[in-house]
Design a protein around this ligand. Structure first.
Ligand code: ATP
Ligand code: MG
Length: 331
């Protein structure tokens, strides 16, 4: 890995507030990576439309909330370029060009698309939803990103992005680097079914209050086979144990042993996990509060980041047109 020249691009759909899954899956590594590498983070409001096109207000409000989430966890706008996807029309242009190099069947067989479609109960797929990995490839390529810190559900999408830029480079000229994914941990949801997800109502938000955290954990599913406190538990299939592993890792082995031997009850175990989560979230709450009082500063920062991203995008699209021989004239 040529570590000196990494360029980072990642982002989140603006469909609601970010949660602990985002933190362990990607925010945590973004905060570290911004110290060393040029980093772009996009607020993916167009991608949010692929499932939430009937809720534009939610999307716009989430742009604000997700920005606060970023600042709260320690994304530093002086180090990271934060921008809004829909304000960069060149990304949409590049999406159209990339869409020439991918077949519908390839998209339909993408395992993440399949899972998401099933979870959302889609029987037929909207063109925009089916094609969102193509739009994601354009997000990655417009700034010539080399590394994408994201959750493991994104592996097939980054693979698609690699294929698309490779095809473009072969056909026309070597404009784009091939991006790689940097995966973080995957966090399961409170319902014990799928991954923690904004849209599934199974998440602990990064701005949850201490009481929210406790209340959410109280309702969390645990090992279904455990009925009495003294029954031996199966921590490896318990969502709460996964939280111990991630947020209270030094004591995870102890919890594993006590649960397996029926020596600790689920209520106590949840309380310990909740305490650790609250400890993690406390500095985020403070920083969020700071930025909540400075709405104009936050807006200016987004305007500046979007302006920078747009300039980069315009330059890349000129190269794309040159490479394809379709830079007829400048307008
Ligand atoms: P939605 O339900 O609207 O799709 P989401 O919770 O899945 O929201 P996204 O915005 O789709 O969140 O995902 C943004 C990034 O966060 C991706 O890199 C994704 O892999 C990562 N991510 C989301 N949920 C988790 C999770 N539970 N564990 C680890 N990473 C996650
Ligand atoms: Mg998602």
């Amino acid at each position: 890995m040529n570590t000196n020249q990494e360029l980072i691009l990642t982002g989140d759909r603006t469909t609601g507030q970010l949660h602990l899954g985002h933190y362990v899956g990607s925010l945590r590594s973004r905060v570290e990576l911004q110290e060393t590498y040029k980093t772009y983070i996009l607020l993916a409001d167009v991608q949010a439309l692929t499932t939430h096109y009937d809720q534009p207000e939610l999307i716009a409000n989430s742009v604000h909330q997700v920005t606060l989430d970023y600042l709260a966890v320690g994304i530093d706008p002086n180090k990271t370029t934060l921008f809004i996807q829909s304000m960069i029309p060149e990304i949409a242009e590049l999406t159209v060009i990339f869409s020439m190099f991918v077949t519908v069947n390839t998209l339909r067989h993408n395992p993440t698309i399949k899972t998401e479609a099933r979870d959302r109960g889609y029987t037929d797929l909207y063109y925009g939803f089916l094609g969102y990995p193509v739009s994601q490839a354009a997000d990655i390529a417009f700034c010539k990103a080399t590394l994408v810190p994201a959750g493991e559900d994104q592996i097939p999408h980054v693979e698609t992005a690699r294929k698309l830029v490779r095809r473009f480079n072969e056909l026309y000229a070597p404009v784009f680097p091939e991006p790689r994914i940097l995966t973080g941990e995957r966090l399961g949801g409170l319902d014990g079914i799928g991954k923690m997800s904004k849209s599934m109502g199974n998440a602990i938000s990064l701005n949850a209050t201490p009481d929210d955290v406790k209340a959410k954990l109280t309702k969390a599913k645990t090992d279904p086979a455990r009925i009495h406190r003294s029954d031996p538990g199966h921590p490896d299939i318990c969502p709460v144990y996964a939280y111990h592993q991630l947020f209270r890792s030094i004591y995870a082995d102890d919890i594993h042993a006590s649960c397996s031997q029926g020596k600790i009850g689920c209520t106590d175990c949840k309380q310990l996990a909740g305490g650790a989560i609250n400890e993690l979230l406390e500095p985020f709450r403070e920083r969020r509060n700071y930025y909540e009082q400075r709405e104009n500063e936050v807006k200016e920062m987004l305007i500046e980041g979007t302006r920078q991203a747009r300039n980069t995008a315009k330059e890349t699209m000129l190269e794309v047109r040159e490479a394809m021989g379709i830079r007829y004239f400048d307008v």
